[in-house]
Design a protein around this ligand. Sequence first.
Ligand code: HEC
Ligand code: HEC
Length: 452
Amino acid sequence: MSKRSVAIALGAIALGLCVVAIRPSRTVHADDDFDHDSHHGAASPAKHAERLIAEGRQTFRYDTFGDEDFWGGKLQLHKTVEGAKLGGLGAGLSPAAALAVGLKVDVNALPRGVREQIAAGRVDLNDPAVTLALLRFRSVVGVTGFFNESGSLRSIGIQCAFCHSTVDNSFAPGIGRRLDGWGNRDLNVGAIVALAPNLKPMADVLQVNVPTLKKVLLSWGPGKFDAEVILDGKAFRPDGKSAATLLPSIFGLAGVNLHTYTGWGSVPYWNAFVATLEMHGKGRFFDSRLNNRDQFPIAAENGFGDLPHISADEDRISKKLPALQVYQLSLKAPKPREGKDFDPEAAERGKALFTGRAKCSNCHVGPTFSEPGWNMHTPQEVCIDSFQADRSPDHQYRTTPLAGLFSHQKGGFYHDGRFSTLGDVVNHYDGCLSLGLTPYEKSDLVQYLLSL
Ligand code: HEC
Ligand code: HEC
């Protein structure tokens, strides 16, 4: 050891002694090494978690899991984006058109010069070439463009952020800082997919023709997607309306047991499901429940419950699941502002109702506002039809976590947005649970819901 390192080592020991001396009541124990790398070569929990969060965020925002082989390779979606003038097909997707279907632009990904040009109105938002530039900056939230050396678009892929991130509009409508975890209730997934020149591969899986598939895609509308149609082929509810559900916000989920509106499973379960079956990434996925031919004819026909037909090396999803899960659980629900997003006095009175006479906390228990434990209920318990519940293995609905509710009112409430306002939700429970709430009490309860 050199003199210098000895001195440093001694200094460190001295410092260590000081810490022990200053805090004599603290027992020094291996488990206390929360912030320090442990003596066993394993990372400290805090550092490990930090690393996982950073890695998971990268995956969430930018990882296509190789799904460009589907969206670009098979459906040729990049050609419509590019337009005939630049080597693709048709008119191309201008930034204005992209924003109109709900795509968002991450302002921080744009070089300062470009931001200034846009602000000065010197960028033509009706020019598809500008969309390609935005893709090159990796600024289109949840979408990655893959380019040829010549500069033309070779393929296109999507990420989790496509549906579960939006922006704060701080720069312009649709352009701002990323809000990871916020369901994009402007995004018209169906309309975007319907732009693809070759929908046949998707139509074949669903065993329908292309015009029928287009009709289904265009029935979803903004802020919605149907994750189950590729399993059961049920594109419409018995009342003729679209079977799509709202794109949920995925913050505030730490501590919540089952996920999705119908409780398909845990966060890593659903992540593997979505990344393979919906995004068409390259990974392995197992769920023998999907072999049930009566409930999931299309999934059973296509062997979706057992997707091991790629090698471990080709699997680009499984190894991402741990970090992706930690990142999602690290996303806190946004906090509403007192007096601005809700009236604090009314909310206080509403809280007493929520936990008391209105019986809400029989199911919605803070801080997750889902149930600690098995967070599932029959359709009858919440007085709604069983259509969507019956499209899931348990035939039930999961108690929706309510933290950050104020931030996702667009598109309505309940899995399919059937109630347009929180007032409508409260009226529904008033009847369902025979609460006999007065109009004042109902409005207090709404203020409390906005305060969560
Ligand atoms: C095409 C849009 C879309 C994409 C892409 C997408 N999701 Fe989702 N996500 C949804 C929809 C819709 C639901 C609700 C599904 C349901 O309940 O049937 C959902 C549900 C979830 C849930 C459950 C939320 C809750 O309240 O329990 C999580 C977690 C989630 N997604 C994470 C992800 C991750 C991680 C990715 C990337 C691997 C991803 N999603 C990609 C649309 C999408
Ligand atoms: C029996 C359990 C149960 C009780 C009691 C209950 N809820 Fe719910 N709640 C649920 C379930 C399950 C859902 C999901 C329904 C769906 O998506 O179709 C839900 C959904 C909601 C939603 C929609 C959230 C969203 O983002 O779409 C709100 C708001 C809500 N409940 C508020 C309340 C209030 C207020 C009360 C009391 C008056 C209450 N709940 C009582 C189980 C319950």
